[in-house]
Design a protein around this ligand. Structure first.
Ligand code: SAH
Length: 386
């Protein structure tokens, strides 16, 4: 059996359930990239099993802390367990994350469902080798019309893997329609952001819908209109939707149309949100801030935090007294505390008092191991600005 011996002391976080072994923790390696290895402490005692890669800074991604066979049955069981967790979402939405990487104890693998189609991400060589087997298991457990692969080229590159995007099985249309309750969304699963839709914002869409009656809403970084459509559906008086991507805004327009919502109440602006907020003179009752990640590495974090302070400050200035701000952060490297700190700082520097109404994380189809805070990338706050 392939194995990796850890340096003395390095086993502690792994024994506590952290699912990553860093390259610097390894004393000796008897394995090649993509193999399942036994993780042993410096005395050779068993700790866990995982997928190994010599080029990745995360050299081993743990699959199990038990001495069990890592075979087809193992993966089928893990996938079934993950699917079981999503049963409460059936009937509520036809778009959900079915497998969420480490959070479902399947590092390197994510599977999203968009109606009759699946989107998969395969980010490690260990999982890449299992592609055919995984497709077989999915065929046994689910019915679908097609599978599209949307692996992140940058992440794969770290393991020396080439980019991998395109149809894997069946025929996949470019745009797929999904249903969330009584709302329809068109999702560009081939070329859209992430795997096409922000599944992690499902509950916040409902929140926005419930908060929008009669309100003037500003949806910043609106993408294809998850929030704009929800606000209109909730009876918003007017929604201004701002994004820098034409393609996203075109799909937003379509999403307003397919839901038979009043198009004249939706004002679409192609702009940089920072520039827009600096130039805007309007006041709003509800503002949504859902920017892209601001940092890709630890070094970029201070700059990212400054970005959050500035963005939130600009938005707070545009709120009426008593107006609401839903502010989100999907930068994995910025912690919950750092993000909340930035938002409070924005309140101070804009001279506004803040009332915290709600804190949010991603919904139940995005489980995170408590021993893996790195997986908990999404945080949001709902505030009332006095
Ligand atoms: N709120 C959306 C998801 C936002 S994703 C939803 O719930 O579906 C982030 C979006 O920000 C993308 O659509 C991207 O085009 C846009 N974006 C990135 N930087 C921007 C900027 N500086 N100004 C405006 N839009 C930007």
């Amino acid at each position: 059996m392939a194995y990796c011996l850890l340096k003395p002391g390095s086993e502690k976080p792994i024994k506590k359930g952290h699912p990553w072994v860093y390259a610097g923790s390894l004393e000796r390696v008897e394995a090649e990239g993509g193999q399942v290895v036994e993780v042993l402490d410096h005395r050779g005692r068993f700790i866990a099993k995982g997928h190994f890669h010599p080029r990745s800074p995360v050299a081993i991604r743990i699959l199990t802390w038990r001495r069990e066979a890592i075979d087809r049955r193992f993966f089928r069981r893990r996938i079934e367990e993950a699917f079981g967790l999503r049963i409460p979402l059936e009937g509520i939405t036809s778009a959900m994350r079915l497998v969420n990487f480490e959070g479902d104890l399947l590092p390197g693998l994510a599977i999203d469902r968009y109606g009759d189609y699946l989107s998969v991400q395969i980010h490690t060589e260990g999982m890449d080798r299992l592609r055919e087997m995984m497709l077989g298991i999915l065929g046994e457990l689910l019915s679908f019309k097609g599978i599209y692969e949307r692996s992140d080229a940058e992440v794969r590159e770290r393991e020396g893997l080439g980019p991998s995007e395109g149809p894997l099985l069946g025929e996949v249309p470019e745009v797929v329609e999904v249903r969330e309750g009584d709302v329809r969304f068109l999702v560009d699963i081939c070329r859209g952001q992430k795997t096409g839709f922000y599944l992690d914002q499902r509950e916040n869409r409902l929140l926005v819908r419930r908060l929008s009656e009669g309100k003037k809403v500003l949806d910043c970084f609106c993408y294809t209109g998850g929030f704009s459509v929800s606000a209109l559906k909730g009876g918003a008086k007017e929604v201004k939707a701002v994004d820098s991507s034409w393609r996203a805004l075109e799909l937003l327009r379509e999403n307003v149309k397919v839901n038979a919502l009043p198009q004249e109440r939706c004002i679409i602006e192609k702009a940089d949100v920072f520039d827009f907020l600096r130039g805007d003179r309007d006041r709003y009752d509800l503002i949504i801030l859902d920017p892209p990640p601001f940092a890709r590495s630890r070094q970029e974090v201070p700059q990212a935090i400054k970005g959050y302070v500035e963005l939130n400050r600009l938005a707070m200035r545009r709120l009426r007294k008593g107006g609401l701000l839903l502010t989100c952060c999907c930068t994995q490297r910025v912690s919950r505390e750092e993000f909340f700190g930035a938002v409070l700082e924005a309140g101070r520097s804009s001279g506004r008092m803040l009332q915290v109404l709600h804190c949010a994380r991603a919904p139940i189809d995005h489980p995170v191991l408590s021993s893996h805070p790195e997986g908990d990338y999404f945080k949001a706050l709902l505030l009332r600005v006095l």
